[in-house]
Design a protein around this ligand. Structure first.
Ligand SMILES: NC(=O)c1ccc[n+]([C@@H]2O[C@H](COP(=O)([O-])OP(=O)(O)OC[C@H]3O[C@@H](n4cnc5c(N)ncnc54)[C@H](OP(=O)(O)O)[C@@H]3O)[C@@H](O)[C@H]2O)c1
Length: 264
């Protein structure tokens, strides 16, 4: 039987977001796919069309305030009633904060990884609360549980998402809105290449498969669990190591894998 429910996924054209969209399509959710590149969105739509659900795409740069306002207006004008909201679009950026990274890129990263999560939540949660029904998944990172040198701004954006997520989740505890936090560790997507980190130790390490990470997040979302990590190893890192060690110990541990090599 067809499910008439609809999910909006940001960062749906690739990686973890695409795999989450695939799981939703398999469960017969109609989809709204959001990211910047129109061609990649169209490709994702084609790939997901085998599941026979209704798929719409909306190209938006979520680091831009007006694009988020336009996205919400477009959703309203098309009478799209969202049952699931997946805030997943995010980017990384590696490098030496004092000597080499670019401030305008860091501020743009904050607009995407932080501002867009707040802005999208502000605009879309109200509708869910009004009908007292809905599910929200926010993709953060295990990096939200530790400072991460040479990705200093990225790590801080994910710590923000973790704190913001738990606060809003608590505010909504008397409603039927379920909120789940997905905290991947290193995952085989375009993330590290786009973050200029392909040459670092962490960039070249073996990583989790995006489909496995998405599966864990999706299971948690559908089961009403508050959070999921990308794998058992990442869960150990987030829930044991990062709760046991001091902030400076954790920072030093991460430095060993994120410091750019002298040649890179
Ligand atoms: N991969 C990892 O190791 C890892 C680890 C921990 C957490 N995460 C988190 O997982 C999430 C998904 O990342 P991923 O690994 O799947 O990365 P990915 O393969 O690079 O996919 C990122 C997706 O976000 C979209 N996107 C990027 N910038 C955007 C913008 N300004 N506006 C709208 N959409 C944008 C991309 O499409 P366009 O470029 O066409 O816009 C793409 O669809 C992110 O929040 C990331 O921080 C990833």
């Amino acid at each position: 039987m067809k499910n008439n429910k609809t999910a909006l996924v940001t960062g749906a054209s690739n990686g973890i977001g695409f795999e989450l969209a695939k799981l939703l399509a398999k469960d017969n959710y109609n989809l709204v796919l959001v990211s910047r590149g129109e061609e990649k969105l169209e490709e994702a739509k084609q790939k997901l069309s085998t599941y026979g659900v209704e798929i719409r795409t909306k190209s938006s740069d979520l680091s831009v305030y007006e694009d988020i306002e336009n996205l919400k207006n477009w959703v309203d004008q098309n009478n799209i009633d969202l049952d699931i909201l997946i805030l997943n679009a995010g980017q990384g950026y590696g490098g030496d904060f004092v000597h080499s990274t670019d401030l305008s890129r860091e501020l743009s990263l904050i607009r995407l990884n932080v501002d867009s999560y707040v802005h999208m939540s502000k605009l879309f949660l109200k509708d869910m609360v009004d009908k007292n029904e809905g599910k929200v998944l926010m993709t953060s990172s295990v990096s939200g549980t530790t400072p991460i040198p040479f990705e200093a701004v990225y790590g801080a954006t994910k710590a923000f998402v973790n704190s913001f997520f738990y606060a809003v989740r608590n505010e909504l505890k008397t409603t039927n809105i379920n909120m789940t936090l997905l905290m991947p560790g290193g995952t085989e997507t375009n993330f590290f290449k786009n973050a200029d980190m392909a040459q670092t130790k962490i960039g070249s390490m073996k990583k989790d498969k995006p489909e496995d990470v998405a599966e864990r997040g999706y299971y948690a979302l559908m089961s009403g669990h508050e959070y999921a990590y990308g794998s058992d190893d990442v869960e150990y890192e987030g829930d044991i190591l990062n709760r046991m060690q001091s902030e400076s110990q954790k920072a030093q541990r991460h430095r060993m894998i994120s410091e750019p090599s002298p040649k890179s």
